[in-house]
Design a binder for this molecule. Sequence first.
Ligand code: C5P
Length: 226
Amino acid sequence: MNAIPVITIDGPSGAGKGTVAQMLAARLDFHLLDSGAVYRAAALHALNSQADLADEASVVASLDTMKATFKPHSDGVQVFLNDRDVTASLRLETTAAAASQVAVMPRVRAAVLDEQRSFRKPPGLIADGRDMGTVVFPDATLKVFLSASVEVRAARRSKQLKDKGIETTMASLLQEIGARDERDSTREHAPLAAADDALIIDSSDSSVHEVVAEILAAIPTLNMAE
Ligand code: C5P
């Protein structure tokens, strides 16, 4: 039994997990695991190594030469692949799509399991992903499943991209998010699903602050409610 507290925040892309996880980590002074970044780094490394993304053995073999470093950053996490800063490339939609492609592979998921668990250090961890509460930290102190309607998630994503000067259409975003949801939820290994004992929060009509307050109030022993 590991005594170091972990709060897991799982849910589909665009539900606000990243922002909520960052705010919680700052509030509690906990470490932060952005497990999506781990899958994105693995996918980018596989692409850079000319691995065949449709072939599990080829992707797994490429991981042998991967040295990924995750540094906490005011804006989430800064990621280095074999000492090169890849933070910007990691956020591209093409990398997200590649990540979701390699994330269906059980041997890839197994290969990144220890890396993810190594983030559990005192005083505690906020773990953001799809299977944090179900697979990676089944003994978590508190499991949250954060969701929002696909329309709200597409609108949030559109705003994020616009802020970065990237224009997209709502139709293409809805299509992209829908396709990623479908792949993440229907895959055989560690599909996106709420743990049986998860606190389910729908953030469609709530602000990030309201969601953070709800989670703080639900933490069993730390009693962090304001
Ligand atoms: O959260 P983010 O958009 O960065 O995740 C990218 C992709 O990585 C997801 O679409 C999903 O396929 C995969 N992923 C996963 N399990 C996690 C985190 C991310 O399969 N715990």
